[in-house]
Design a protein around this ligand. Structure first.
Ligand SMILES: O=C(O)CCC(=O)C(=O)O
Ligand SMILES: [Fe+2]
Length: 226
């Protein structure tokens, strides 16, 4: 089965100031929609969660100390096809703390880590993966705010089955929960012609580099799947 969701941008009043340039960063949960991926995993999409987000996008492009990560694969060194930066919540660029507070109030998990990913054009991407936070949490909630150009986002079950595709536009929020990081994978594929995009991700219980591996944890508490 293949499902396509295309969140639309809300109308923007050009008189109102942008987030990131002194704007109020009010979020809107109107239009929030949960997709139950299976009985243990879910994904919420909130189109237009962060209105007037273009100012924050431009600010982040220009001010973040972007890193180019490299990964060693056997004898090869792979240059990650995107730029990244990560912070503890207190150090993350404004209005991250305010946005995290909104997410904590809604999802009741202690978001404390923020990362930004800069996809400079359609040649940048992230391959199919589950987030490393799964190594330390049986049911982590991962929230992603999309800024800038629209990009496709895929979700596929590890057990096999159809890929779900959605399109994330500037200001849209995607939240993955339940067993999504363990039993599903996600990707932002290359997309020729796509414009620049930043995703700002909020996580809790980030494992760090020396995390104890608990991926095989089978005892997922009932509360964690809601
Ligand atoms: O850019 C996105 O929307 C996804 C980023 C992501 O999956 C990750 O950094 O783990
Ligand atoms: Fe991810």
């Amino acid at each position: 089965m293949t499902a396509v969701f295309t969140p639309s941008l809300f109308d923007v009043d050009p008189e109102e100031s942008d987030v990131g340039s002194g704007g109020a960063a009010e979020v809107s949960w109107t239009g929030a929609h949960r997709t139950q991926l299976d009985e243990r995993s879910w994904a919420d999409v909130v189109p237009g969660w962060l209105p007037r987000s273009d100012g924050w996008f431009s600010e982040l492009v220009g001010t973040v100390a972007w890193n180019q990560r490299r990964r060693r694969m056997f004898t090869q060194v792979i240059v990650e096809p995107r730029l990244t930066c990560g912070w503890g919540l207190a150090e993350a660029p404004s209005p991250s703390e305010h946005l995290a507070a909104e997410l904590v109030a809604r999802y009741r998990v202690p978001f404390d880590r923020v990362s930004a990913n800069f996809y400079r054009d359609g040649a940048d991407s992230v391959a199919w993966h589950g987030d490393r936070v799964r190594f330390v949490h049986p049911a982590p909630v991962v929230a992603i705010v999309s800024l800038g150009a629209p990009r496709r986002f895929g979700l596929r079950p590890l057990a096999g089955g159809g890929t779900r595709w959605l399109t994330l536009c500037g200001g849209d929020l995607l939240v993955m929960g339940g067993r999504c990081q363990h039993e599903w994978q996600h990707t932002v594929p290359k997309e020729p012609g796509a414009g620049p995009r930043i995703s700002v991700t909020f996580r809790h219980g980030d494992p760090g580099p020396v995390a104890a591996r608990s991926e095989r944890a089978r005892d997922v508490p009932e509360w964690a799947l809601r």
